[in-house]
Design a protein around this ligand. Structure first.
Ligand code: SF4
Length: 253
């Protein structure tokens, strides 16, 4: 890809506004980026690690060894914790423990946005991405308490010390590094979408043998997009649907 907002068919419809624009909005978006994850195809450990690795590099995400202080944009959890309202005690253990890729759901009604006192997080009207501005974040962590999916991480330490640099001390990408005391999360690769590229995790999954199409990304408001077609034809679920948050990450199960 890398074709800009004028060209790539899969990524054109949500390009109407500059990706950095801050449209502090409510539940409705002109377009809505969405992802479909095929749970069975994405169970491959190499694929899941490739997704995380690509995301980490694209966003200079630190690898902090202490799990209580970890920064996670995309990670794996098991089926029973990912879909607690879809399981029962008699299901096969193999299914309950199936690893599932999880990330911010870029919810249609995001509770994290409602509780932020400084509008450091907002739902972008142009394309439905739930954005973050780390300069506005005061580290109150209300958004972390409000998110029912654990999709947000707090920087307890200076994250820059835990990002692997090259021999010259350069970070893996030009994406802005964060500071201690702010919250962060997946941004659906808004910076890559602006350049007409797919999210880093989707691109990485496509490059793993047998992984093409395990993660599908596109505009939900376009009935002809691949995500719309897959949702119309496959059996899909979202996480904790009863909460009414309206996740825009869907799972083929
Ligand atoms: Fe907010 Fe969590 Fe929904 Fe992401 S998954 S938009 S952080 S409530």
């Amino acid at each position: 890809l890398g074709l800009g907002c004028g060209a790539p068919a899969i990524l054109t419809s949500a390009c109407s506004s500059e990706a950095g624009a801050q449209d502090h909005g409510g539940a409705s978006s002109e377009s809505q980026w969405a992802m479909v994850i095929d749970v069975e195809r994405a169970r491959n450990p190499a694929l899941r690690e490739a997704c995380r690795e690509a995301c980490d590099r694209a966003h200079n995400i630190p690898r902090i060894p202490d799990p209580d202080e970890e920064i996670k944009w995309i990670w794996s959890d098991d089926y029973q914790h990912t879909f607690p309202d879809q399981v029962h005690q008699h299901m096969p253990r193999e299914q309950l423990e199936l690893p599932v890729l999880v990330l911010c759901n870029h919810c249609t009604n995001p509770p994290c946005v409602r509780v932020c006192p400084t509008q450091a997080t907002w739902k972008r009207e142009s394309d439905g991405i739930v954005m973050m501005d780390w300069h506005r974040c005061i580290g109150c962590r209300y958004c972390m308490a409000a998110c029912p999916y654990g999709s947000r991480s707090f920087n307890w330490r200076d994250p820059r010390e835990f990002v692997e640099t090259d021999a010259e001390g350069n970070f893996p990408s030009e994406f802005p590094t964060r500071t201690r005391g702010v919250v962060e999360k997946c941004n659906f690769c808004a910076e890559r979408l602006r350049d007409g590229e797919l999210p880093a995790c989707v691109e990485a999954a496509n490059q793993v043998p047998g992984g093409e199409g395990a993660l599908i990304f596109g505009d939900l408001s376009d009935p002809n997009s691949e995500v719309s077609r897959v949702l119309a034809s496959e059996r899909t679920i979202t996480r904790k649907i009863a909460l009414g948050t309206g996740p825009n990450v869907f799972y083929i199960v």
